[in-house]
Design a protein around this ligand. Structure first.
Ligand SMILES: Nc1ncnc2c1ncn2[C@@H]1O[C@H](COP(=O)(O)OP(=O)(O)OP(=O)(O)O)[C@@H](O)[C@H]1O
Length: 235
């Protein structure tokens, strides 16, 4: 039997900002359908790692492989068709949506930009809102007319419009009222089960991490300091 390719394979990743070595040869793998938590104190390089994984910032060294393709070897033209499969969900739920665009338009935008908008577009948007646990009426609202939790759901619906295989969740609960966090975690767990999504889950909340993730990679000062063996990726 051939070895199973990890969904995400990060090898010796390096990110520098001038003299600051933010990410220092970080390596980890993430299987399809798995949640890998990236934890560590503020400033240890978690968000820089996330940005480099998503190729929002090209790394200064190392390799990022996604579904068997080396993203770090591709120019922007060849990277573009692969980008939809990896979607970020950020801490600030309002930050990822345009303030003047309705939720419905925000969710429709990836379908339009990726040339997938047709007669079935409106029904697909309704389906995505429903998948994210938003009532249809929320689609007509602007982000500031939603609660933080509803807005985070709208951001997730928009991410799902790209039919991703990996969500990079950068502190997706931190800006939310504690009473809303369980709802978002339940939504993420449900989506993972239904869609087989892989999650790179960045958090500093150990209670959440222990409850929510399959494996944990701990960073300090740009380096991985502990990465439990986890399940084997070779079958
Ligand atoms: N745009 C930037 N320019 C210069 N230095 C940066 C920049 N972004 C991050 N850094 C530095 O890189 C290091 C890693 O920062 P990063 O934001 O990746 O850490 P983090 O673990 O995500 O922190 P937090 O949990 O506070 O978001 C820090 O020393 C930070 O000051």
């Amino acid at each position: 039997m051939s070895p199973q390719i990890p969904l995400l394979d990060v090898r010796d990743l390096v990110v520098r900002y001038g003299d600051v070595l933010a990410v220092d040869r970080v390596s980890f793998e993430l299987a399809a359908g798995e949640t890998l938590a990236l934890i560590g104190p503020s400033g240890c390089g978690k968000s820089s790692t996330a940005a480099a994984v998503l190729q929002l910032r090209r790394p200064d060294g190392g390799e990022v492989w996604f579904d068997g393709q080396e993203l770090t070897a591709l120019d922007e033209r060849r990277l573009r068709p692969l980008r939809p499969a990896m979607q970020p969900v950020f801490q600030d739920p309002y930050g990822s949506l345009s303030p003047r665009r309705t939720v419905r338009d925000a969710v429709a935008e990836p379908l339009r930009v990726q040339g997938r908008w047709d007669a079935k577009g409106p029904a697909r948007v309704a389906e995505l809102l429903d998948l994210a646990g938003l009532a249809s009426a929320h689609g007509e609202r602007l982000p500031h007319e939603l609660s933080g939790g509803q807005c985070q759901r709208a951001g997730i619906a928009r991410a799902l419009a790209s039919e991703p295989r990996l969500l990079v969740l950068d502190e997706p609960l931190s800006a939310l009222d504690p009473s809303l966090r369980a709802g978002i975690l339940n939504l993420l767990a449900d989506l993972q089960e239904r869609l087989g999504l892989g999650y790179l889950f960045i958090s500093h909340d150990m209670a959440v991490v222990q409850h929510f993730s399959d494996r944990v990679v701990e960073m300090r000062a740009g380096r991985v300091v502990s990465a439990p063996a986890g399940r084997s990726l070779v079958t």
